[in-house]
Design a protein. Sequence first.
Length: 98
Amino acid sequence: MPNGVFDTGTWTSMTTRLNSITNCFYEKEQLKAKLHRLRTMFLEFYSLLQNTGFRWNAETNTVTASEEAHGKASQFQTKGCDHYKLLEIIFNKNNGTE
């Protein structure tokens, strides 16, 4: 996945495999859209954690925030970021592969 982008053949292969496993019929564009939504959610959550006033409780998967920062964290305060640790492996640029 050079530059964080899958080529057409890879998308086709992933779509075919997912459809085989799930017995569903997903289109390549649906997978691309899901990946985009997951990346966006991860980056928003990751960005919040980099700011002071935000803390993440891994046990409850929720964020606590100061009053000033509360508005930015509202979508993550009760539910957190599902699968944050897995998304961090996938999307965090600091997780280089060798």
